[in-house]
Design a protein around this ligand. Structure first.
Ligand SMILES: O=P(O)(O)OC[C@H]1O[C@H](OP(=O)(O)OP(=O)(O)O)[C@H](O)[C@@H]1O
Ligand SMILES: Nc1ncnc2[nH]cnc12
Length: 186
């Protein structure tokens, strides 16, 4: 079995997803701009036990789902891992100009800047239950834009699942009551 960075002994209790996120997340002050405390999940993704445990936690709190939507770009990695565990496919909700052909687009506001997300509606079966997966909820603008895109495409948003929620920014309110779960709050 591949080594992991958690330090768990062979007979010790398995660490929870929240513990692994706490231990492994890289915290960087003033990135990408001054004033932002950046929480970087790449060490969690690089650890085999943490990736499996966290991906499993993302899908655990939601009912039956038909598809997972991963949000570019960090949500792609988690969304694909979660989709394999859930036995579903994965949709790519992308930044502008990346998807060819007929697309839907939604503009939104970030903790630092503004942005747009795009989706291929042809990949979304009408009435399918889609779980939106991303690494982090800050203002909630990204996840809310993804939900609006999926609903315009004819999907039912089964929920929004993120690894980290920055509670002071109250991003949940942007989700307007859609089911929401998080692995760790800061
Ligand atoms: O809740 P919000 O305020 O919308 O912010 C959260 C979003 O910001 C980050 O993505 P970013 O746009 O920086 O893209 P990246 O994943 O490509 O780095 C993060 O991965 C979330 O998608
Ligand atoms: N503080 C933060 N850390 C990591 N990703 C983010 N996306 C938006 N805010 C963020």
């Amino acid at each position: 079995m591949a080594a992991d960075a958690t330090g768990a002994g062979p007979d010790g209790p398995a660490p929870t997803a929240a513990e692994l996120v706490d231990r492994l997340t890289r915290v960087q002050q003033d990135f990408p701009i001054p004033g932002i405390l950046f929480r970087d999940l790449t060490p969690v993704l690089a650890d085999p036990l943490a990736l499996r445990t966290v991906a499993s936690a993302l899908i655990a709190q939601h009912g039956p789902i038909d598809l997972i939507a991963g949000l570019e770009s960090r949500g792609f990695l988690l969304g694909a891992a979660a989709a394999v565990l859930a036995g579903t496919g994965v949709l790519a909700i992308r930044k502008p100009g990346k998807l060819p052909g007929d697309i839907l687009a939604e503009d939104y506001t970030l903790e630092y800047g503004t942005a747009r997300l795009e989706l291929h509606p042809a990949d979304v079966p009408t009435g399918s239950r889609v779980l939106v997966v991303d690494d982090l909820l800050a203002t909630g603008g990204t996840a809310a834009a993804a939900c609006r895109l999926l609903e315009r495409a004819g999907a039912v948003v089964a929920g929004v699942a993120v690894v980290i929620e920055l509670v002071d920014l109250d991003g949940r309110q942007a989700l307007e009551g859609r089911p929401f779960s998080t692995v760790r709050q800061y």
